[in-house]
Design a protein around this ligand. Structure first.
Ligand code: PLP
Length: 378
């Protein structure tokens, strides 16, 4: 069997159909979208179309969609932009969950160095922030609340609507990182009420290096990347036209196929879990009933995850210990330790994340390899 890929939460392959749609914008329609001549106008028309399509799927207005270089930039912009905007009103507290992605956490660390009072909300042992925790953490001087829509290591979805309402009752802005959740749940920014929301194309079979920050009209967020007057003067930098076109096409396709993909992914992850549950000392990290369909985080007691990953890799199976950004390091996951696992237990945990192109045969083969490797390593 060729290589098997079970690391879709890290990234997904670019869909060939999406690649075809991007292709003309590399060598033919290569104009700078801000150039007033014909080639520029053609490029801008493609960008406008992409913006309209993403806006309509998110139930947003097209002038609320800002293109970025990916989830990390969008997250940084939301965190700094939100905190600085409210500082002008004298609000200096930032509340976020302890399980945010490093793109959000690192911004929070910098805000703390700049004098913000940063508070990290704990999660319960199932990986979810409880609304009553936010009630305890939020104060009238809270500038910004950040809570991801779903966690990238456990797949556990978070109570966004309730948290957003609480943030607003306290006069704070609310930001959600929907990078992991976006492919699997329909997003309606109006119903959610969020002020800012980020996502990234490479999680739904689109290109890498492009993402979106939704900023609700009327939110006083300043620019994050200075430069030209692109993105209505809010984000400098020549627009990455092929990537933007690809992101919109990939998001449309992900939403069109969402229900059937979700059903397949749920079936595949249940099948995998069923096949590995014979292993002694296996446990699932995070609330299964509240998880994104493709993500399965499991702990094999007594088996160090680096050795497991190495052995899986030797067999051509790609999986991860946690977030892609942290997997080169062997630090225990901050998400799992926040859920109450010890450092040693966190280092016995593996994230399997399945994709729409995985087959049942791959699941069975991967599960069999998992059983054998765990037995061997013990
Ligand atoms: N936020 C979450 C929850 C993620 O999972 C990731 C990527 O893994 C990011 C942000 C960063 O997105 P990007 O890779 O587009 O910079």
């Amino acid at each position: 069997m060729e290589r098997i890929y079970f690391d879709h939460a890290a990234t997904t392959p670019l869909d060939k159909e999406i690649f075809e749609k991007m292709s003309p914008y590399f060598c033919d329609t290569y104009g700078n979208a801000d150039s007033p001549h014909a080639l520029g106008r053609k490029a801008m028309a493609a960008v406008d179309g992409a913006r309209d399509s993403i806006a309509s799927l998110l139930h947003a207005k097209n002038n609320e969609i800002y293109f970025t270089s990916g989830g990390t930039e969008a997250d940084n912009w939301a965190m700094f932009g939100g905190a600085y905007a409210k500082k002008e009103e004298g609000k200096t507290r930032v509340v976020l969950s302890a399980i945010e992605h490093h793109a959000v956490l690192s911004a929070a660390e910098r805000l703390e160095k700049e004098g913000f009072d940063v508070a990290y909300m704990p999660v319960n042992d199932r990986g979810r922030v409880e609304v009553k925790t936010l009630e305890e953490y939020i104060t009238p001087d809270t500038a910004l609340v950040a809570l991801m829509s779903a966690n990238n290591e456990t797949g556990v979805m978070q109570p966004i609507e309730e948290a957003c309402e609480l943030a607003h009752q306290n006069g704070a802005l609310f930001f959600t990182d929907a990078v992991q959740a976006a492919p699997y749940m329909p997003i309606d920014v109006k119903t959610l009420g969020v002020d800012m929301l980020s996502f990234s194309a490479h999680k739904f079979y689109g290109p890498k290096g492009v993402g979106v920050l939704y900023i609700k009209n009327g939110t006083k967020i300043g620019k994050f990347i200075g430069g030209g007057e692109q993105e209505r003067g809010m984000r400098g930098g020549t627009l990455n036209v092929p990537a933007i076109v690809g992101m919109a096409a990939a998001y449309e396709k992900a939403m069109r196929e969402r229900e059937s993909n979700n059903a397949k992914l749920r079936r595949l992850s249940e099948l995998f879990l069923d096949k590995i549950s014979a292993i002694h000392g296996v446990s699932v990290n995070g609330a299964r009933e509240n998880s994104l369909p493709p993500v399965l985080n499991v702990r094999f007691a007594g088996v160090e995850n680096t050795a497991f990953l190495y052995n899986m890799d030797l067999q051509g199976i790609c999986v991860a210990a946690g977030s892609a950004c942290a997997s080169a390091s062997i630090k225990p996951s901050h998400v799992l330790t926040a859920m109450g696992l010890s450092k040693a237990q966190a280092k016995e945990s593996i994230r399997f994340s399945f994709g729409k192109n995985n087959t049942e045969e791959e699941i069975l083969h991967g599960a069999q390899a998992t059983v054998e490797i765990v037995e061997r390593l013990r």
